[in-house]
Design a protein around this ligand. Structure first.
Ligand SMILES: [Zn+2]
Ligand SMILES: [Zn+2]
Length: 147
């Protein structure tokens, strides 16, 4: 494909080398619904099964449908749950807020053998608590002060 043409809209808008390397024009990049992988911050190692050195990094997406309308959305670790109240009374139901996913998931896929490794994007920012159905566990340090 012509490197000066945007991969999404097909228009010849890519003039700078950085634009041509990325392949998507600034207009398409800003479109709502365009899922962008954040920059990789992970130290890469060869595949633990086959030693392969070529990895595909991808944002995990799910496909859904509501009333015949199909959509794709990034896979998330959790959603904040809100309670719904009776008109005059106590909370009667907990519902996940589908507008507020937290902890997007990314995949590293070995291009040789297909082994998939999952990681959460920005794991430090995943909220902890029952309203997210998450809890924080800590692995004891075997060389810690209480051993
Ligand atoms: Zn474009
Ligand atoms: Zn492999």
């Amino acid at each position: 494909m012509d490197p000066t043409h945007c991969r999404m809209c097909g228009l010849p808008k890519l003039t700078l080398p950085d634009e041509q390397a990325y392949g998507v024009c600034a207009d398409c990049y800003q479109l709502p619904g365009f899922f962008k992988l954040p920059p990789n911050t992970r130290a890469l190692k060869p595949c633990r099964e086959c030693g392969g050195r070529e990895l595909v990094r991808a944002l995990g997406l799910e496909r859904g449908a509501i009333s015949g309308y199909a959509y794709a959305a990034p896979l998330a670790v959790a959603f904040r749950q809100h309670v719904r109240h009776a008109v005059f009374g106590p909370p009667i139901e907990a519902q996940p807020d589908l507008e507020e996913p937290v902890g997007w998931l990314e995949l590293l896929i070995c291009r040789a053998c297909g082994l998939v490794t999952w990681h959460a994007v920005a794991p430090q920012s995943i909220p902890i608590g029952p309203e997210y159905a998450t809890e924080l566990l800590r692995v004891e340090d075997p060389a810690g002060p209480y051993r």
